[in-house]
Write a protein that binds this ligand. Structure first.
Ligand SMILES: [Zn+2]
Length: 73
């Protein structure tokens, strides 16, 4: 994944602090309201919103818009 221009520097920093296994789990369990199930997100952008990491992208199945907020621990 060539995601260096997808993540803002701050989002990249936070994302890199998450263990790889957890990152995969986050990416592979994003709720899609069209598929009505957990799907894999194709990340289009990642930024910090109110201190939390917001992943925005498309559903790997239906190509619909999905988003996942990763809250600070
Ligand atoms: Zn979908």
């Amino acid at each position: 994944m060539s995601d260096n221009n997808i993540f803002t520097p701050q989002a990249r920093k936070i994302w890199d602090q998450i263990p790889k296994g957890s990152r995969l789990k986050i990416q592979n369990t994003v709720w899609c309201s069209q598929c009505r199930k957990a799907v894999t997100i194709k990340i289009d952008s990642a930024s910090i919103v109110a201190g939390d990491l917001l992943l925005q992208g498309t559903c790997a199945i239906c190509q619909g818009k999905v988003a996942r907020l990763v809250e600070k621990e």
